[in-house]
Design a protein around this ligand. Structure first.
Ligand code: GLU
Length: 504
């Protein structure tokens, strides 16, 4: 089995195309096949090397590795269409020689006029190319006189083209509705339908899995396979990925590119798992949990027969649900490394070394089970890096709570206990809380809520058993660990006591 993903490098990798790549990859990896990456860059105006590099990077980030491709090479190289122009020329010459193709000298204006005429007379807008009837001698004479013709494929008349699509079943087109396609443009560049056939044939592609938007190209391609003496592959056309309003997912629905989801802080394994579930469900699966599985398991279970015909809707809520699952089980050191950019973007500049990262990893236990995405981590951990007692007291709820003498007693007792306490871990924090409880006779919420406000500067947030030790671990970090300065619990409590005294 040889499959391929054939992106045009004209922009960012769209999640719909990423899903096409993924389905090819899953099939190859599940069946011991070969996954080929081919760059379709014959549209010289729109193709860029930057876009190609970005697409390769996104595929690598997703973990969709390829066996043959523009960077890795392989037995059917080159893998960039712009480097295969001689091959298209060779096969176009073959078709011209056997009269299955002909030179077309029509200008864009003539073609448009023909189209308008056909429309006006109620015929389908198929251009009956006048050049179809030119003799070889006439064509050669015009080329000799300096004209640059395109090459068109002569579509056989009165034929049914039938193929069995692995997803959609039998598909039938009559050649009456297919006009003679251009295979080589006047500038010498091949047209998509021709290049794709030459490449898929020469690269021995056995299964062409692509978006449904290409289904109407398939009969042309099958006719070209026949004319060139090649055997067509199995085709599988995937329903497009839709937005919530059931129109194809586009910018107006929000994020559409892999790069955007990556920068919002989705994990690649979550995006892969989620994309696999758009239009496919593992056979015999019962319940949500069975939808969550790592890529090798997806590959083991993936089958084209289980891909549905109907369009799948991209649901970011569900993607977030999948992401939460992977955040919970992810290695914390990895999450720490990935989080650094989000702190920097959120205005908490840092470049942590190993000690800084270990600290962040330990603090992430307060965040990884409660955020949807990594870009929410800085807000969740803001209590570590920003502490301002005065600002806390400007919150009307905090201020009114702190007007009660009982709450002030708790905070004053806490500050006093902390002057002699060591840096807090979970046990010493419990011991200090017990001392404060004994001194003030407050318990439960009346005890812990003022403590929370005094030490974190906010009325809610992560468990104190996690937050308080994290604050003191942060306060102990050496300045060159690359983490912004963190104020310790002792200093926080003292500052809070001064602030309530000032706000009397
Ligand atoms: N370059 C085409 C695209 O990006 C590939 C289509 C195909 O897979 O045949 O749509």
């Amino acid at each position: 089995m040889r499959v391929r993903f054939a992106p045009s490098p004209t922009g960012q990798l769209h999640v719909g195309n990423a899903r096409t790549a993924l389905f090819n990859w899953l099939l190859a990896r599940g069946r011991g096949g070969t996954f080929i990456l081919r760059i379709e860059d014959t549209d010289v105006e729109r193709s860029t090397r930057e876009s190609e590099a970005a697409i390769l990077e996104d595929l690598r980030w997703l973990g969709l590795d390829w066996d043959e491709g523009p960077d890795t090479g392989g037995p059917r190289s080159p893998y960039r269409q712009s480097e295969r122009l001689h091959l298209y020329q060779r096969y176009a010459s073959e078709l011209l020689a056997s009269d299955r193709a002909y030179y077309c000298f029509c200008t864009a204006a003539q073609l448009e006029a023909g189209r308008q005429e056909a429309l006006a007379s109620g015929r389908p807008a198929l251009y009956a190319c006048t050049c179809r009837r030119l003799s070889r001698e006439q064509a050669q004479a015009r080329i000799g006189a300096g004209e640059h013709p395109a090459v068109r494929f002569r579509v056989p008349a009165e034929r049914d083209v039938v193929f069995t699509d692995a997803v959609r079943g039998d598909v039938r087109f009559h050649t009456d509705v297919i006009s003679d396609p251009i295979i080589v443009r006047a500038d010498g560049h091949p047209a998509y339908n021709f290049a794709v056939v030459v490449d898929d044939a020469l690269m021995d592609v056995t299964h062409v899995i692509r978006g449904e938007d290409h289904i109407s190209n398939t009969p042309r391609q099958i006719l070209l396979y026949e004319a060139l003496g090649f055997t067509p592959p199995t085709f599988a056309h995937l329903a497009l990925v839709m937005g919530p309003d059931h129109s194809p997912l586009s910018k107006r629905h929000g994020a559409t590119s892999v790069a955007e989801f990556r920068s919002k802080g989705y994990l690649p394994e979550a995006l892969v798992n989620y994309l696999a579930l758009i239009g496919w469900s593992p056979r015999g699966h019962g319940g949500d949990d069975e939808e969550l599985m790592p890529a090798p398991e997806l590959a083991r279970r993936f089958a084209l027969e289980d891909v549905g015909h109907s369009a799948g809707v991209f649901d970011e809520e569900k993607l977030a649900w999948v992401n939460r699952h992977y955040l919970k089980i992810a290695d914390l050191m990895r999450l720490a490394e990935l989080s650094v950019r989000y702190f920097n973007e959120a205005g908490v500049p840092m470049s942590p070394d190993r000690r800084g990262l270990e600290f962040l990893a330990s603090a992430l236990t307060m965040a990884n089970v409660s955020v949807d995405r990594l870009n929410q981590v800085p807000a969740r951990l803001a209590l570590l890096f920003a502490y301002d007692a005065e600002a806390a007291l400007r919150d009307p709820d905090v201020a009114s709570e702190m007007r009660a003498e009982a709450a002030r007693d708790v905070v004053r007792a806490l500050a006093e206990e902390l002057t002699t306490a060591p840096r807090l871990d979970r046990e010493t924090f419990r011991a200090v809380a017990n001392q404060v409880k004994a001194r003030t006779a407050q318990k439960g919420k009346a005890l812990f809520h003022p403590i929370r406000i005094a030490l974190t500067g906010r009325p809610d947030g992560p468990e104190l058993d996690l937050a308080v030790p994290a604050i003191d671990r942060g306060a102990e970090l050496p300045p060159d660990a690359g983490i912004p300065k963190i104020i310790g619990n002792r200093e926080r409590a003292a500052e809070f006591v001064r602030a309530i005294a000032r706000n009397r």
